[in-house]
Design a binder for this molecule. Structure first.
Ligand code: PHB
Length: 413
């Protein structure tokens, strides 16, 4: 099935909305333990002594794991700083978007008008980031994207800054690597929404420029329950490899299950993907089926550096040892580190949105993922992209980095 991008977007999000409304608590009351004054009274609007951050992410519904990772990452960074920045207390106002753009808009409005937060942060999913961006412009509020990865998000408001990744940024090196390593024809299979469209387009552009051929391009619904029919079509087309983008969370496991059951490996079809497929939280449940899958991404829990050791220890302290931090957690950690750097740079006094966004431009961090810079012109992240292969170490599975592409900008702009 080649689904049409424009029409299926609305359908998919209505579907997600249905699932969410039938299965979730009210987003107003979600995560109330983190809402100041239960979110009912006019908040202690941020003062010069308190930095208030409105965290918008999904904590229920199909993408709940994304919110938990981002929140864990933010809290891990704050823990390394004793909970304060420059002697100022940090308050996190956590709001559950449930992954639905209209819910996120309403919650963002409350954070801006009633709570008067200094920063909006989080944004796991592209449609939510796109929906909130105009509100950030209107209110002149810095909006820190800790995951959402569609290239064009940073162009939707001059107040958006991104510390995570873009799909074209991590996809281009994979296409280059595949062409260099003798893969000549590839079947493209992506989730049917904006990041998937970005991934599909960039893979084709880079791979075909390097002499490869994308033999077919198929799309799956965003919250797809069963990959069997899609995987069967891949198998029937007999490509040398299938290129996959699915959002982090349960989709990766659903794809790998179908790939295993349909015997893609036995048919000699390699799986190559952006790192969302084998993200750290979901890789162990995939088990041996994931061995040998080659992906490109900006973060692996197996990355060896002192900064990653500090990050993982802090994350375990705030979120427990059962949850392995993934790239979303690093997005939260680095996003919080970037906010802290901006607060320190601005000095005492109430945060001014315009001065804050200027301070983000050109910012450099040594992240648990490696070096990171915010491009002063685009407000987008520049970073190393690693090529990794899934390997088993002891009882656990990891994305083991074996090649790197330093200082990658978003090729989408
Ligand atoms: C996105 O919606 O932009 C998104 C979500 C999950 C991912 C990557 C991108 O793993």
């Amino acid at each position: 099935m080649i689904a049409k991008f424009g029409s299926s977007w609305a359908e998919v999000w209505l579907l997600v909305l249905g699932v969410v409304l039938s299965s979730c608590r009210s987003s107003d009351t979600a995560k109330t333990e983190a809402e100041p004054a239960s979110g009912t009274t006019p908040a202690a609007a941020s003062t010069a002594d308190v930095i208030e951050i409105g965290l918008l992410a999904p904590f229920s519904g199909p993408f709940a794991s994304l919110g938990a990772q981002i929140e864990g990452g933010i809290k891990a960074y704050l823990d390394t700083q004793g909970g304060t920045i420059d002697g100022r207390k940090v308050e996190l106002l956590v709001r559950d978007t449930t992954g639905v753009p209209d819910v996120a808009k309403r919650l963002a409005q409350g954070l801006i008008v009633r709570d008067q937060v200094d920063f909006l942060a989080g944004f796991a999913l592209t449609p939510v980031a796109m929906a909130v961006a105009p509100l950030a412009t209107e209110a002149k509020k810095p909006m820190v994207i800790m995951n959402a990865a569609t290239s064009s998000i940073t162009t939707k408001s001059p107040y958006v800054v991104r510390v995570s990744l873009t799909l074209p940024q991590v996809t281009a090196p994979l296409a280059t690597w595949a062409a260099k390593n003798g893969i000549r024809n590839v079947y493209s299979l992506v989730s049917d929404y904006a990041p998937g469209a970005d991934a599909e387009a960039q893979f084709k552009k880079t791979f075909e420029a390097a002499g490869g051929k994308v033999v077919a391009a198929d799309k799956v619904p965003v919250n797809n329950p069963d990959f069997a029919p899609f995987v069967q079509r891949v198998k029937d087309a007999k490509p040398e490899a299938v290129f996959v983008f699915v959002p982090a969370g349960t989709q990766g496991i659903a794809f790998m299950k179908a790939a295993h059951e349909r015997g893609l490996g036995e048919a000699g079809i390699r799986i190559i993907a952006t790192g969302d497929l084998t993200e750290d939280q979901q890789i162990d449940p995939m088990g041996d089926a994931a061995l040998g899958v080659v992906t490109t991404h900006h973060y692996s829990a197996a990355h060896t550096s002192p900064e990653n050791d500090v990050f993982k220890a802090a994350f375990a302290k705030v979120a427990g040892t059962q949850l392995r931090p993934n790239f979303m957690a690093v997005g939260g950690y680095d996003g919080m580190a970037a906010i802290a750097a901006v607060v320190r740079k601005l000095g005492p006094g109430k945060i001014d949105g315009d001065r804050a966004i200027e301070a983000f431009k050109g910012l450099e961090l040594t992240s648990p993922r490696g070096p990171l810079r915010i491009d002063a012109e685009t407000r987008d992240v520049v970073q190393t992209v690693y090529v990794r292969k899934v390997e088993k170490r002891g009882e656990h599975y990891y994305n083991v980095e074996f090649e790197e592409y330093p200082a990658q900008k978003d090729p989408g702009k």
